[in-house]
Design a protein around this ligand. Structure first.
Ligand SMILES: NC(=O)c1ccc[n+]([C@@H]2O[C@H](COP(=O)([O-])OP(=O)(O)OC[C@H]3O[C@@H](n4cnc5c(N)ncnc54)[C@H](OP(=O)(O)O)[C@@H]3O)[C@@H](O)[C@H]2O)c1
Length: 277
């Protein structure tokens, strides 16, 4: 059994991942930028580097992500890679995002490349848009206006359930089968936001639609929610990629790595229906 450091352990993917690893008998060290309140937590602030070296002591494998809200993900992630190498960590799994490798100079891609060049055993996983955005980031519009409000036109996305991302990461962390490989992770099918809205309606009993809003209205909403302006602009760029059709592709990576098919949006909607009711 391993000792595994999980960055973002309280978040959407990290909390599921921590549960899966604990259930499998591993010791999970949960990183938090806050003051730890439980014995399995460790303080590590990616913005300042505080707690970094102590967090890695005795760690066998580590899961990395960059918290949302920061556009220079390489500045947050590269020091983690260096610390992992210095501490003799056996393997790192880095979660970036589908499309991150479209531009070799993009910050997330720079972080991927730093890991690839580190000499560490690694995997890079690049998930598509999370289904869980509909019960977190996009929830406000759904609850207040009964609408998914996004500037994505009629384009489709092969949304992925964060629970499947966590299952992939849990497998890759403790297996050497796929070392050195990168994977685009998607759900089983591509749906547009009208279709997603219909599935949320069916599961929750609440009437939910989709409105294709302007990028300007989206930007206003993101700034109103407290996002920094540069991150709001980054979000608009990647939502533009969605609208252009770059999020439609499906892959079989979840099945290849975990042995089970990825969850559908219909399944996700049934499991999270109380979020919209
Ligand atoms: N949402 C999507 O559709 C999507 C799609 C593809 C890729 N992604 C990628 O997914 C990542 C986000 O994953 P997620 O949604 O699972 O995360 P999340 O739910 O937003 O949680 C963020 C985590 O980061 C931690 N954190 C925040 N600030 C920190 C700091 N300064 N130092 C250390 N930890 C800090 C938080 O823990 P504490 O508060 O305890 O510190 C929290 O656990 C991003 O890199 C994003 O690019 C998202």
């Amino acid at each position: 059994m391993s000792t595994i450091l999980v960055i973002g352990a309280s978040g959407t993917v990290g909390s599921e991942l921590s549960s899966l690893l604990t259930q499998a008998g591993h010791t999970v060290r949960k990183a938090t930028s806050r003051t730890p309140t439980a014995p399995d937590q460790v303080h590590l602030n990616l913005l300042t580097g505080e707690g970094r070296d102590a967090a890695f002591a005795g760690v066998d494998q580590a899961f990395f992500l960059a918290p949302p809200g920061h556009t220079r993900q390489d500045l947050l992630l590269n020091p983690l890679v260096d610390a992992a190498r210095a501490e003799g960590v056996q393997k790192v799994v880095l979660m970036s995002a589908m499309g991150a490798n479209a531009d070799e100079a993009a910050p997330l891609r720079l972080a991927e490349r730093h890991l690839e060049a580190s000499g560490l055993a690694f995997n890079v996983i690049r998930p598509n848009w999370f289904m869980q955005n509909f019960n977190t980031f996009w929830l406000h519009g759904i609850l207040n206006q009964g609408q998914i409000l996004l500037p994505t036109g009629e384009a489709k996305g092969s949304f992925i359930d964060a629970r499947d991302i966590a299952a992939v990461a849990a497998e890759l962390l403790v297996s050497d089968r796929f070392n050195g490989q990168d994977f685009d992770l998607t759900g089983p099918e591509a749906l547009d936001h009208h279709q997603v809205a219909a599935l949320l309606t069916q599961a929750s009993g609440k009437r939910i639609g989709y409105t294709d809003i302007s990028p300007e209205a989206m930007r206003e909403g993101l700034l109103g929610a407290g996002l920094p302006a540069d991150y709001a602009d980054f979000m608009l760029v990647i939502l533009g990629y969605f609208k252009a059709g770059y999020s439609e592709r499906t892959t079989d990576a979840v099945h290849t790595i975990t042995g089970h098919a990825p969850r559908s949006v219909a399944q996700y909607a049934r499991d999270y229906k109380t979020a919209w009711a």
